[in-house]
Design a protein around this ligand. Structure first.
Ligand code: NAD
Length: 266
């Protein structure tokens, strides 16, 4: 198979990300064979010129006969069944859905024993670098002196909080500090929440309008403040990154990979 004959199936093709993925994949010269969505396919086909000639199905398994890779930006409720279906079919998986529980993540990890999976909370090259820098900052700016807080803002339709990217930034800081986010994460503060504990990582999630995605990591000590920020202007940045990951993942052995692997940073 040459990269240019890549046949891509898109889980969640009618969504905000799904539609961007159709454009990104076609612009990259790849074939989009079809996609899944919650709604009935016949209604959508023809209603939107972008979706013409695409097979829209409800179940992922109905899409797998003629695809080389699945790009999946759907809803967390699909993750376990998608993991099982793709592992059984042996189809590589680019997974962008966020809000996964520990059980969902275990299902992804189990699938990665059988297929190559690229999973990222954020497929932009900029955020991939932010994660790397956050790890380095966490290693240098110790938790006993520097309070780490993460602020994110997204569009009003977003259903999970904090964003997957905010959690990934928190995990990177925790990793840099030799711990895990689960051990140091502070849930949203409200009411009599008490004084801040050293070494913890706090989150604040704002929602409004059509904001594609803004993240800020702030370290504050008694004597200085350091901020690392990222702003996505167009969700095509995630779609382009996911298509790049799809092109890469079809040549990989089974395993769980990140965008750092795709960009050759890890
Ligand atoms: P959306 O609501 O616009 O689209 C969701 C799509 O999934 C639709 O096509 C819908 O029909 C389908 N879907 C939803 N629930 C389903 C179900 N139970 N079964 C089958 N299909 C179902 O959402 P969106 O803004 O496109 O985001 C989708 C996901 O991608 C979210 O989890 C979001 O947080 C995540 N996301 C990740 C990145 C990244 O870079 N990793 C970037 C943006 C969004």
């Amino acid at each position: 198979m040459t990269p240019h004959s890549l046949r891509i199936g898109i889980a969640g093709i009618t969504g905000r990300m799904g539609q961007g993925l159709v454009c990104s994949a076609r612009e990259a010269g790849f074939i989009v064979t079809g996609g899944t969505c919650r709604q009935s396919g016949t209604k959508i086909t023809g209603a939107d010129p972008l979706m013409n000639n695409l097979r829209l199905v409800r179940n992922l398994s109905d899409l797998l006969a003629d695809v080389d890779v699945i790009i999946d930006f759907t809803n967390v409720s699909t993750v376990v069944s998608h993991a099982e279906t793709l592992a059984e079919a042996g189809v590589p998986w680019v997974l962008g859905t966020t809000g996964l529980t520990a059980d969902d993540q275990r299902a992804v990890n189990a699938a990665a024993d059988h297929i190559a999976v690229v999973q990222a909370a954020n497929f932009s090259a900029g955020v991939t670098l932010v994660l790397r820098l956050a790890r380095e900052m966490g290693a240098v700016l110790s938790g006993d002196r520097y309070d780490a807080e993460i602020v994110e803002m997204h569009h009003r339709q977003k259903v999970d909080a904090p964003s997957g990217t905010a959690l990934a930034i928190g995990e990177a800081v925790a990793e840099g500090r030799g711990t895990s986010l689960a051990a140091v994460r502070v849930p949203a503060r409200e009411g009599q929440c008490g004084v801040r504990q050293a070494g913890t990582i706090g989150f604040a999630a704002l929602r409004g309008g059509q904001i594609v995605g803004e993240h800020k990591l702030i370290f504050t000590s008694a004597t200085e403040q350091i901020e690392l920020g990222h702003r996505a202007f167009d969700r095509r940045v995630f779609a382009d990154g996911a298509v790049q990951a799809a092109k890469w993942v079809v040549f990989q052995a089974p395993g769980l990979y990140s965008m750092e692997n795709v960009l050759g940073l890890a």
